[in-house]
Ligand binder design. Structure first.
Ligand code: FAD
Length: 316
């Protein structure tokens, strides 16, 4: 089960609601490879993530609660250093005011860069541990009907099927067009400093602890499979050299497909065939999955309507 299905399972569980699940563990699923990076201000445009102030605290509280139940730390807050070169500086400088609440400092003394914008609110979610722990937790619960797709009860007694299929679901064309993007990631061993996430030059470097790092990532739109490639590895090694240095050992190389409908704005709600969808987490599943899953769980219980910004019926 990926981030969407796992978060929905917990949100159902917290409400005392029943569910069953099934997952075919297909290769290329995104949550298996994701670095779990949460970056408050993203992209070439240096834009504050969509509804960050709402979704970030909810995600933090969610991972703390689930981590307590699983006996694991799932959320690792870390400063995010956005390294900005000379060419992109004027664009980033023009967005500093908008991003001000998330900026701790601007350091103009970093060798090789025009500046580093130090961001607060970022960190890493241990996505693999979260998904594996979730599966184990619910598999071992007696009396819980086992919930990819989660079977959930909507309202009093009508069973509903929720499709949390990630890119595989989008590639069926179920939601019309999509912009799913394959990405490759390396796991590295290196003696670099591990007290910050580095983002720059079109990639990122995330410390995992114990001298281990994740580096990524590529974006490819025309070969949507889970196969690592030599070209992908070469590109990510280039990012690692730029952000960390030349001295590292590659210990892992993985690929997955990001489920993208409209950038990283997820969608939930009913399909014409009566089933329900939770998809489109894009490149930001760690940030949005917990809060969106809660909203879906509330709607499944007939407590709220789905807001238009998330409603699959409002897709163009
Ligand atoms: C290389 C890469 C790096 C990333 N880095 C980050 C990051 O640093 N931070 C971040 O927040 N996000 C990151 N992401 C994005 C993040 O991984 C996704 O937003 C998130 O994992 C999507 O979760 P999901 O549950 O929707 O999909 P998935 O994780 O793909 O899960 C879908 C599940 O459904 C199952 N499934 C699909 N179809 C069927 C079917 N017909 N029957 C049964 N089971 C089925 C699959 O086996 C899978 O388990 C990254 C993604 C990639 C590819």
């Amino acid at each position: 089960m990926g981030l969407a299905g796992c978060c929905l399972a917990w949100q159902r569980h917290f409400r005392g609601a029943d569910f069953t699940w099934e997952d075919d563990d297909r290769p290329g699923s995104a949550s298996r490879v994701a670095a779990g990076l949460v970056n408050p201000v993203t992209g070439k445009n240096f834009s504050v993530s969509w509804r960050l102030a709402e979704f970030l605290p909810e995600a933090e509280a969610f991972y703390a609660r689930v981590g307590g139940l699983l006996g694991k730390t799932l959320w690792f807050p870390l400063p995010v250093w956005r390294l900005v070169g000379e060419k992109e500086w004027s664009k980033v400088a023009g967005k500093l005011e908008e991003a001000r609440p998330w900026i701790a400092a601007v350091d103009e003394t970093v060798p090789g860069w025009r500046a580093a914008v130090v961001l607060t609110g970022g960190g890493r979610v241990a996505t693999r541990e979260f998904c594996e722990g979730t599966r184990e937790y619910f598999s071992g619960k007696k009396g819980l009907r086992q919930p990819h797709s989660a079977e959930a009860a909507r309202g009093e007694d009508a069973a509903a099927t929720v499709l949390c299929e990630g890119a595989a679901g989008l590639m069926t064309g179920r939601l019309g067009g999509h912009r799913c993007a394959k990405g490759e990631i390396l796991t590295l061993r290196a003696g670099w400093r591990a007290d910050r996430i580095l983002i720059g030059g079109g990639g990122w470097l995330v410390p995992l602890g114990d001298g281990m790092f994740k580096a990524g990532s590529t974006y490819v739109w025309d070969r949507l499979d889970g196969d690592p490639t030599a070209a992908g590895r070469a590109r990510v090694e280039e990012i690692a050299r730029l952000l960390g240095g030349a001295d590292f050992e590659v210990t892992g190389h993985e690929a997955g497909v990001r489920p993208i409908v409209r950038k990283s704005q997820p969608v939930i709600g009913p399909l014409e065939d009566g089933r329900i969808v939770f998809n489109g987490l894009g490149s930001k599943g760690s940030l949005y999955a917990p809060g969106v899953a809660r909203r879906l769980a509330e709607w499944l219980a007939n407590e709220t309507d789905i807001e238009p910004g998330l409603d699959v019926r409002c897709l163009p």
